[in-house]
Design a protein around this ligand. Structure first.
Ligand code: ATP
Ligand code: MG
Length: 325
């Protein structure tokens, strides 16, 4: 029996990765490496949607690789690659797009939330489905915000399989637990995102004093009770989630510990926990970016391994669809 396949990707956008990326996704990526065959990639094609400066996209793709390794992704155990290095992604994206209803794609909340955008933004989830199905993934560790896209992926796999014969493995449910959707510190009604940035975003590579300052000035609510999910307390609930996942302590335990203490002490402890969480990551990142040759080697080997699987899947897909060999 071979080990289950795991696949996930992340966009090299923003000024690096943010706390939500780590807690909602990459932390799980690292934890899954022992018992699974893992494929992790930098979604650079998905980043072109934002039309970044070319030099910035190149730099960010490289730095993002270093950040992943610094957060515990191990290229000895996992295949780490750049999406555009495996041309088959775009090809499968086209074919799956032909099986996707216009209305179905229009209903994706991420598309609706961002308002008017390009055709690339519209077809983003279809390319994401191609990424996942290409590797015949059993599990896809992604944040809760991506759940709808994973459901679309399963629908498309089923549709393809019933029309053309069994070809794609249906990926299992996402692994992120409820409550791991980290919110923006300045606007806790929105999820923390690389592309929002600003004082509400905690970058993994922020200096300790910057992290502390952002957490201490996080928007909280009237009152002084540290309580989770109380009406009108999205800011405090978010900080409780962060402290809980950073320390491994359950929320009710934390609520009890801060009873009668007020927000000041609480925020100080959240800051300390996040600083502690990221300090070793910063250190490893600094060492990794100082060695670009090593990062290139990792990505070259990763692309070669990823391509083996992708070519295999695409041979089947081409054949089933009726494309001439
Ligand atoms: P962007 O704003 O550029 O889309 P992002 O922060 O949303 O950036 P993505 O590259 O889209 O990051 O997503 C990478 C992974 O991080 C996905 O699995 C996503 O579900 C997860 N993720 C992103 N933001 C959060 C968050 N606030 N809480 C939990 N998980 C998150
Ligand atoms: Mg996103």
């Amino acid at each position: 029996m071979s080990a289950p396949r795991v696949l996930s990707g992340i966009r090299p956008t923003g000024a690096g990765f943010q706390l939500g990326n780590y807690l909602g996704a990459v932390k799980h990526w690292a934890a899954m490496q022992d018992e699974n065959e893992c494929f992790y990639f930098l979604a650079d094609l998905h980043t072109v949607i934002d039309l970044p400066e070319p030099a910035q996209l190149r730099t960010r793709t490289r730095e993002a690789t270093a950040e992943l390794l610094a957060m515990g992704v191990d290229p000895q155990r996992s295949t780490v690659f750049v999406q555009s290095h495996v041309r088959e992604h775009a090809e499968l994206g086209w074919i799956l797009g032909c099986l996707t209803g216009f209305g179905e794609a229009s209903r994706m909340t991420q598309f609706k939330d961002k308002g008017a955008g390009s055709v690339g933004l519209f077809t983003y989830p279809v390319l994401q489905a191609a990424d996942i199905l290409m590797y015949q993934a059993d599990a896809v560790p992604i944040g809760e915000d991506q759940r709808q896209h994973l459901e679309l992926t399963r629908d498309l796999a089923q549709r393809f399989n019933s029309r053309y014969g069994d070809t794609f493995r249906l990926p299992g449910q996402y692994v992120a637990k409820a409550g791991e959707r980290i919110k923006d510190l300045q606007d806790p009604t929105k999820k923390m995102s690389k592309s929002i940035g600003g004082n509400g975003t905690l970058w993994v590579l922020d200096e300790p004093k910057v992290l502390t300052k952002k957490i201490k000035s996080a928007v909280t609510d009237l009152g002084r009770e540290v309580a989770y999910d109380v009406e009108g307390k999205p800011g405090i609930s978010n900080l409780l989630t962060i402290l809980s996942v950073a320390t491994g302590k359950a929320v009710p335990e934390l609520e009890a510990a801060y009873a009668g203490k007020g927000y000041g002490d609480f925020k100080g402890d959240v800051a300390e926990a996040v600083v502690e969480l990221f300090a070793p990551v910063r250190e490893r990142f600094t060492a990794l970016v100082a060695d670009p040759g090593y990062l290139d080697e990792v990505l070259l080997a990763g692309a070669a391994r990823a391509r083996e699987v992708a070519v295999d899947t695409m041979d089947k897909v081409r054949d089933r669809v009726g494309l001439l060999r």
